[in-house]
Structure formats: C-alpha cells, structure tokens
Design a protein around this ligand. Structure first.
Ligand SMILES: Cc1cc2nc3c(=O)[nH]c(=O)nc-3n(C[C@H](O)[C@H](O)[C@H](O)COP(=O)(O)O)c2cc1C
Length: 327
C-alpha cells in the first residue's frame, strides 16, 4: 500500500525516484549477523525487479548506490533503524511527468511505526553498516533488459508473475540442454562477479566444476552433487538441481575502487544476477532457488580461491511440485 509521507520537491532528478531501504534487524531474527548480507542480496533482487519492469514499460532505470546515508535518511524522515540502501532513478517511457510544481512543501511528518518492542540486533550489524558507509568512486549502474527470445515469447509481466522459488528439484536423469545453460549464463554478467558452476546434468557437458568468464572453463571433473549440497549448508536442492552456482565477488577490487561501500555493491550485484536467473529460468520452463546459506570458508577452499569472496549460491533445474501453489 502506498502511503503519502510528504508533499514537495525533494530535489531528486528523474520522473520517478524510488529509494530502497532496509531494516536489518528484521533479518537478524532469523539469520543473526549474516542477516546484513541477506539485506544486501534482497536489495539487489528488488533493484532488478524494478529495473526490468521499468524497461518492459519503455523506461530507463539507473541504480545509484553512492550517497550520504545519514543525509538521505534525514531527508526522508526515516527512523534510525531504517537505512537507505539504493536510489533508483526511473525516466522516460509513459510515466507522466508532473505538470504543475507543488505549491506547498511539507517534510515527512509523524513517527514511523515500530515493528516490535523486541528488537534483536547483533552488535556486529551496525558495525558492518558503518564500515561500509564510506564512498569513494560513485557507483551508478544502468539497467538491463530481457529480449523477446529470452522471455520465450511470453510477456515480461507474465514471466515475472509466475516466478517462484523451487522448494526442491527433481533429481534422477532429467537434464537441461547446453542452449538452456548458455541462456542462463548470459544473464549473469556483472562487473564485480565471477560465476562458478557445479554441472550435475547438462546434456552434452561432462559433470564437473566450471568457471564462466567469456567461455566455460572446466576446473574439476566428476560428480558435484554431494559437494554442491554440502557446501550449501547441506541443502539437498543444490545437489538435486541440474546446476548449482557460486557467485564470487572481487571484494578487494570493489574496496579499492569504491571504498568500504564496495562490499555492499558486490552483494547487490549478486542479488541482481539472482533475480535475472530466477526470471530466465522461469522463461525457459525451469525453476530456480537463491541460496544464501553456505559455508564460506569451505567454498573458498573448494574453488581454490586466492582472492574474492563467495556472496551467493543458486540452484536451477526442474522443480518438485509445490503443494502450496496448487489451485
Ligand atoms: C537472498 C536469498 C537467500 C535465500 N536463501 C535460501 C536458502 O538458503 N535456502 C532455500 O531453500 N531458499 C532460499 N531462498 C529462497 C527463499 O526461501 C524464497 O525466495 C522465499 O521463500 C520467497 O519465495 P518466492 O521466491 O517463491 O517468492 C533465498 C532467497 C533469497 C532472496
């Protein structure tokens, strides 16, 4: 539900500007310190959901991650536990531009609702947030679009509305094709990320561990199902899927270029890739599941990483029926 918070000129450029915020302790209830990473991944998903929808309406969406956190929070009248994370500037298309300037201006009034009296905020989360406040180079990202071919002849709205996470995947002999794998990988490009793929069942491709940069490069041969599930906190779906992925971020490069904030951008890019994978899988007649729970150090060892940090896992294949979604 949209609630009008204030009237006036907030001096943001763009026909429509959205600011995505997070209340980290809502995630901390379940995920403790790791909740901060889930917030960043979620922001990446939401960014991509808006950006792709905007493009489907003929608009352009620019994501801006570099701003003064405190100043923006104050301008929006946010409570202290609600943090602005990303600005989305949407322009063009059929969004009507306001023709009359607002005559009166009011700042956001009132006191934001408190979600619960029982706040559970691990000390580390505000510390991580503060450590990732630093701005160096600006981070602005253009949007991406799905082509008609990538949407498999369906409208963007139709694919987006039918997207769901798979609870688990049908194991056994079912395979995806090489063309499906390449179509999925084509939506994974983000500057800070490298994609590692645990290939379980892709027709014509030997099972093994692969890295995808410009092309597929095999790093290890052999069945990866047990290892992919084990690394993903023992979640069977990562082994039952046709492929599982580890997204590895160049956090060192991100920090050198963007300062502490680079850590946020690395996770947001991973969330954005995750969202595109969900939609690409759906359009291909497959399903996907984002996996935020994995053993970081074990993944680093298995992938033999000298630099970089694993930020997100994903599993894609044929879903088991989900009784909650049956009519
Ligand atoms: C950042 C993130 C991390 C997730 N981690 C897991 C996970 O570790 N295991 C799992 O089964 N599902 C995971 N999911 C899937 C969520 O459970 C699922 O998205 C949520 O229940 C909403 O369902 P929907 O995607 O069908 O809308 C994750 C989703 C996101 C966005």
């Amino acid at each position: 539900m949209a609630e009008q918070r204030a009237i006036g000129d907030f001096r943001f450029e763009g026909s429509l500007v959205m600011i995505l915020t997070t209340i980290a302790w809502r995630e901390a209830w379940k995920y403790r310190e790791r909740g901060y990473r889930y917030c960043l991944l979620d922001v990446g998903h939401a960014w991509q959901a808006v950006a792709l929808a905007a493009r489907a309406m003929g608009c352009r969406c620019t994501a801006i991650g570099s701003f003064d956190d405190g100043a923006l929070g104050a301008r929006l009248g946010l409570a202290g536990d609600e943090w602005p994370m990303l600005i989305l500037k949407i322009e063009g298309g059929s969004i009507p531009l306001g023709t009359t300037a607002p005559t009166a201006s009011t700042l956001p009034a009132g006191v934001p609702n408190s979600l619960s009296a029982h706040v559970l905020m691990p000390d580390l989360i505000p510390e991580i947030h503060a450590a990732t406040c630093e701005n160096r180079e600006p981070w602005e990202r253009p949007d991406s679009a799905f082509t008609d071919t990538e949407l498999g002849g369906r409208t963007f709205g139709n694919v987006a509305r039918s997207r769901r996470s798979a609870l688990d995947f049908i194991g056994g002999d079912v395979e995806i094709s090489m063309a499906q794998l390449l179509a999925l990988l084509s939506v994974t490009r983000e500057p800070l990320l490298t994609i590692y793929i645990y290939v379980h069942r892709v027709s014509g491709l030997e099972p093994g561990l692969y890295r995808y940069a410009e092309a597929l490069e095999r790093l290890k041969s052999g069945d990866q199902r047990v290892v992919a599930a084990g690394l993903s906190l023992g979640q069977n779906l990562a082994g039952n899927a046709c492929i599982a992925l580890s997204m590895v971020a160049n956090v060192e490069g991100a920090a050198a270029r963007y300062g502490g904030r680079g850590y946020r951008y690395a996770h947001m890019e991973a969330g954005a890739v995750g969202h595109r994978l969900y939609l690409a899988a759906e359009a291909l007649g497959l399903r996907a599941t984002g996996i935020g729970a994995f053993f970081d150090d074990r993944v680093h060892e298995y992938l033999d990483l000298e630099t970089g940090q694993v930020v997100y896992h994903f599993a894609i294949g044929y879903p088991v029926p989900d009784p909650r979604l049956e009519p």
